[in-house]
Design a protein around this ligand. Structure first.
Ligand SMILES: *Cc1c(COP(=O)(O)O)cnc(C)c1O
Length: 389
């Protein structure tokens, strides 16, 4: 059917060096906790400018560990944007805390100081321990503004940053990489195959706080601690943890992928620029999601906002017409506050920014192996599907 191979909305890019790194790890002494774990952590910390990086099983485990390491639990509340993946909200529930859903800006999809302030006001008095901005698509949320409001509420920031590996932002004190610990207590990443680097399953937490890093390491492996110089068999547990380790095999892949991050970032930026040019004639009914002035993203998702109502088209026929031409799309995301579990727990919520975002959003293919001509093919098919050709 399509004019070329199927284009998913995102996919991993594994080359011969990546494969060689995994094969080498398979022949080494440790398949689980070996030297490649620390090597990957150190390389990752260096890549995002963070003092500490702790590898773990996946991005959801990274969020769960962050909640545990910050001591968040029953009676606490955590503010989360409604437009995100389920795990951002669920991690609060894993530890028995309650979720405060914030609205998002309808054009960026991001939590803002105004939507955070509104949500805290709506939630009323009571402890708010953490605010979890999500750098949706790779654009950086207003960390400076959010940090100010979080501080007033007595909360820390935890960035859920799986979309933003390689993204940077300037809040008036210089251009800084996401995850370096400048604005937040911790930042979480995922290496799911659609993310910017892939290990299959995999995650990371970065932090500038040595105590948080130590607690993350303990909790990642059952809460076990060994004291240097103690009896060689001895370990102690002061609090129960999990098995959230990332195996040596996958850390080998992660380290190899991380070496390719600069090239991935360059390619993603070039593809995004080409999309911007190609989509310009479809305005105002089709627009790229807005990049805030401080954000220098490496986009994970290429999300367009389509005024389906003005065009008299439904999203589903457009998605199906693109699929018939071999073009994959995805909706990022169904607002989490509207999930049956959360409606059951907190009742219905009216978040107009999230609703406006959800009505219009569609993520188009974006991954490093795409050719320039693939972008043109996607935009031409989208124009046809919307009757804009
Ligand atoms: C992918 C993702 C997660 C979860 O990561 P997994 O590795 O799939 O567990 C959490 N939050 C956001 C925003 C994500 O995109």
């Amino acid at each position: 059917m399509g004019a070329g191979p199927f284009l998913p909305y995102g996919r991993q890019d594994i080359d011969a060096d990546d494969i060689a790194a995994v094969v080498e790890a398979l022949g080494a002494d440790f398949l689980t906790t070996g030297p490649r774990v620390e090597a990957f952590e150190q390389a990752f910390a260096a890549a995002v400018g963070a003092p500490h990086a702790v590898a773990c099983a996946n991005g959801t485990a990274a969020l769960h560990l962050s909640m545990l390491a910050l001591g968040i639990g029953p009676g606490d509340r955590v503010a989360v944007p409604s437009v995100t993946f389920l795990a951002t909200a669920n991690c609060a529930r894993f530890v028995g805390a309650e979720v405060i859903f914030t609205d998002v800006d309808p054009d960026t999809g991001l939590m803002t100081p105004a939507t955070l302030a509104e949500a805290l006001e709506r939630a009323g008095p009571g402890p708010v321990r953490a605010v979890l901005p999500v750098h949706l698509r790779g654009d950086v949320a207003d960390l400076a503004g959010l940090a100010r409001i979080a501080r007033q509420a007595g909360a820390v920031l935890v960035e859920d940053a799986p979309h933003a590996l390689g993204s940077r932002a300037d809040f008036g004190d210089g251009d800084q990489p996401v995850g370096n610990g400048r604005w937040s207590r911790a930042a979480t990443f995922s290496f799911h195959p659609v993310k910017t680097i892939a290990t299959g399953e995999g995650g990371m937490v970065t932090t500038a706080d040595a105590d948080v890093a130590a607690r993350l390491r303990r909790l990642r492996s059952h809460g076990m601690e060994r004291t240097p110089g103690a009896d060689p068999w001895l370990y102690e547990m002061r609090e129960p943890g999990f098995n959230y380790r990332l195996p040596d095999i996958l850390c080998a892949l992660g380290q190899s992928q991380l070496k390719r991050l600069p090239a991935f970032a360059t390619r993603r930026r070039a593809l995004a620029a080409r999309y911007a040019d190609a989509l310009a004639p479809l305005a105002p009914h089709v627009r790229l999601a807005t990049t805030p002035g401080w954000s220098r993203p490496v986009l994970h998702l290429l999300t367009v906002l389509i005024d389906f109502e003005a065009l008299g088209r439904g999203r589903r026929p457009v998605v199906e017409a693109l699929a018939a031409e071999g073009i994959g799309t995805q909706v990022h995301y169904i607002p989490v506050h509207a999930q049956p579990y959360y409606v059951g727990r907190y009742g219905p919520l009216d978040l107009p920014g999230a609703a406006a975002w959800y009505r219009r959003c569609l993520s188009l293919p974006l991954f490093p192996a795409m050719a320039d001509a693939d972008v043109d093919r996607v935009v031409a098919a989208l124009s046809r599907a919307l009757g804009l050709d």
